[in-house]
Design a protein around this ligand. Structure first.
Ligand SMILES: *[C@@H]1O[C@H](CO)[C@@H](O)[C@H](O)[C@H]1NC(C)=O
Ligand SMILES: *[C@@H]1O[C@H](CO)[C@@H](O)[C@H](O)[C@H]1NC(C)=O
Ligand SMILES: *[C@@H]1O[C@H](CO)[C@@H](O)[C@H](O)[C@H]1NC(C)=O
Length: 396
């Protein structure tokens, strides 16, 4: 009798052990088994590096498991190419060192390089511990300032998905996407204080086919920013704010820059941001092009510059006033509604030498956020059309 009732239990335990080991067809590499210490004080970078390398050298599907707990982690580079597929499954919290900049001259915390079919998942958190470093950020005054670490960098990463991840208090940008192709970010939550310097949410450059979906980004700088070489970027159902909004640029800062093209931003909400949808080029700039941008079904809630093209961008010292040579064309704004905290809700300040072309406004309904006052639009050197409702009245 006793042995019979015990048998199913033993069988079940075996089955569970088996499932947890292979994770439904995946090889599981648990960092705890390789000596990770989740006490929040012990550096785990060597362990993480070893475990990633093992998973990376294994064929088939491999899961790097980071269980519940807080793991202090010095900067690491997790480098492919890998033999199989690697999923980095973060359930716990990864914590950056407080003063990594003082000892090591690197501008990143966690970097993935040359990995194909990477998955980052798990619902865990990256804590950049930025508050200690923000005061050291002298970049607004000192052109030779030392770059602070970006929390999560992807260099030459392809066909990958970053999902269910929270990033808080990065020292510099939260995430940087460079020379990547076919990446999807979804259900990402990014959080840093409104006044934290340069804490961009996701910065993209020299990359194509990047999707950012179903996410929230509350930070001190741009929500998503796109630099030269950003192509076919799709941002949908993202809530931005606080922060500086979704930004293309600053462009034209160097010779032979790659164009920016094929950006769609749909179903996004901006709450209390400095800008909503912004394209900016340096006041005096080199030549390049920005084209085929679509902004549709956007809600602005108390946004300072809801719609803005600024080709006179020159915020501080070392930039010279002058004409931008960046050509902006084929930009569509459709169904943009909500409130502006400034009186100029739509501003197109285009270059005299290269006027903006084929700018289209379809159904714009932006009102002044304050108790009373009307919003207006302002245009210089812009060609295009306006259709449907136009509040403020179009100046195109
Ligand atoms: C939009 O994103 C949020 C997460 O920020 C998610 O909860 C919601 O389901 C998404 N909406 C749609 C229509 O997918
Ligand atoms: C414009 O960009 C979208 C992607 O955002 C792309 O699907 C489309 O083909 C592009 N159109 C042109 C004319 O390049
Ligand atoms: C935005 O979301 C609404 C409701 O979910 C949907 O009807 C609409 O088609 C979406 N717009 C775009 C451009 O995807």
């Amino acid at each position: 009798m006793g042995s019979i009732s015990v048998f199913p239990c033993v069988y079940l335990m075996f089955l569970l052990a088996c499932i947890s080991e292979v994770g439904f067809g995946k090889m599981v590499f648990n960092v705890m088994k390789d000596g990770a210490i989740a006490d929040g004080n012990t550096d785990n970078s060597k362990v993480f590096q070893n475990v990633f390398n093992k998973a990376c050298q294994s064929e088939g599907r491999n899961l790097v498991l980071i269980p519940r707990g807080t793991y202090l982690l010095a900067p690491i580079v997790l480098k492919g190419p890998c033999k199989g597929q690697v999923e980095f499954h973060i359930i716990g919290t990864l914590k950056a060192l407080i003063d990594e900049t003082s000892t090591i001259d690197i501008n990143h915390w966690i970097t993935f390089q040359y990995v194909d079919r990477l998955v980052l998942s798990g619902g865990g958190k990256l804590d950049g511990q930025g508050s200690s470093a923000w005061d050291d950020n002298t970049c607004s005054k000192n052109p030779n300032c030392k770059a602070l670490p970006i929390s999560l960098r992807f260099d030459f990463v392809t066909n990958s998905r970053i999902t269910q991840l929270t990033s808080i208090n990065s020292k510099n940008a939260h995430m940087n996407v460079f020379a990547c192709k076919d990446m999807k970010f979804d259900h990402i939550h990014i959080i840093a204080p409104k006044d934290s310097p340069n804490t961009d949410g996701i910065h993209i450059g020299s990359s194509s086919n990047i999707q950012i979906l179903d996410s929230t980004i509350a930070t001190g700088d741009d929500c998503v920013s796109m630099s030269p070489g950003s192509k076919n970027i799709n941002i949908r159902n993202v809530t931005c704010g606080p922060g500086h909004g979704i930004s293309v640029g600053s462009l034209g800062g160097g010779p032979n820059e790659e164009d920016v093209s094929g950006l769609t931003v749909t179903n996004c909400t901006f709450i209390g941001t400095q800008n909503g949808l912004r394209v900016k080029t340096w006041a005096r700039s080199y030549a390049s092009s920005v084209f085929n941008l679509t902004f549709e079904d956007i809600i602005m809630d108390n946004v300072n510059n809801p719609i803005i093209i600024d080709q006179q961008y020159c915020p501080s010292r070392n930039c010279e006033k002058g004409e931008s040579q960046v050509q902006i064309r084929d930009v569509k704004y459709g169904n943009i509604r909500g409130t502006s905290s400034s009186k100029i809700a739509v501003a197109f300040d285009c270059s005299k030498g290269k006027p903006c072309e084929n700018i289209e406004l379809n159904n714009i309904n932006l009102n002044y956020h304050g108790a009373e006052g009307a919003v207006a639009s302002s245009c210089s050197n812009v060609k295009g059309i306006a259709n449907g409702q136009q509040q403020p009245g179009s100046c195109i």
